[in-house]
Structure formats: C-alpha cells, structure tokens
Design a protein around this ligand. Structure first.
Ligand code: FES
Ligand code: FES
Length: 79
C-alpha cells in the first residue's frame, strides 16, 4: 500500500452542507483537494466518506497525516 502524500501542509477551510455526503482525499493525489477525484486508484488507499450532520465550517486535513481524519488536528505544524 502506498503512503499518503501531503497535498499541502495546511488544512482546507470548507463549508459543509447538512445532509450532503463528502469523500475526503486520504491519499493526497487528488487534483480536487481536499476531496477525492479517483486518483487513489492503485495505491491501496481509499477516501474517507462522511455525511455532514449539520451545515458548518470545518478545516479538512491537507497534509494527510492527521490523527483525526478527515479533520485537521494540528499535526501539519510538525511536518
Ligand atoms: Fe485521494 Fe481518492 S484521490 S483518496
Ligand atoms: Fe493535516 Fe492539519 S493539515 S493535520
């Protein structure tokens, strides 16, 4: 299995819409960060699919090293 690579060493600010399903890119290879575009194919990695329980602003991990996917937990600051 390939390792995730950082898309950027900072989170992405995203406005989530209640009830909508999102696929956060775990592999770092998507051209549509922070979301999956299928580029993980062949890596053995898969996106983190989640449904927004409410409409709110979140910070999704861009470095792909977070311990709390899909959210930024501050790990990027030590990379
Ligand atoms: Fe990265 Fe799909 S492109 S998980
Ligand atoms: Fe990955 Fe913050 S961007 S932990």
């Amino acid at each position: 299995m390939a390792e995730p690579i950082p898309a950027q060493k900072a989170p992405y600010r995203v406005e989530l819409e209640q009830g909508r399903t999102y696929a956060w890119c775990r592999c770092g290879r998507s051209a549509k960060q922070p979301f999956c575009d299928g580029s993980h194919s062949g890596t053995g990695l898969a996106p983190d699919v989640f449904k927004a329980e409410e409409s709110r602003t979140v910070f999704l991990c861009g470095c792909k090293q977070t311990g709390e996917p899909p959210f930024c937990d501050g790990t990027h600051s030590s990379l």
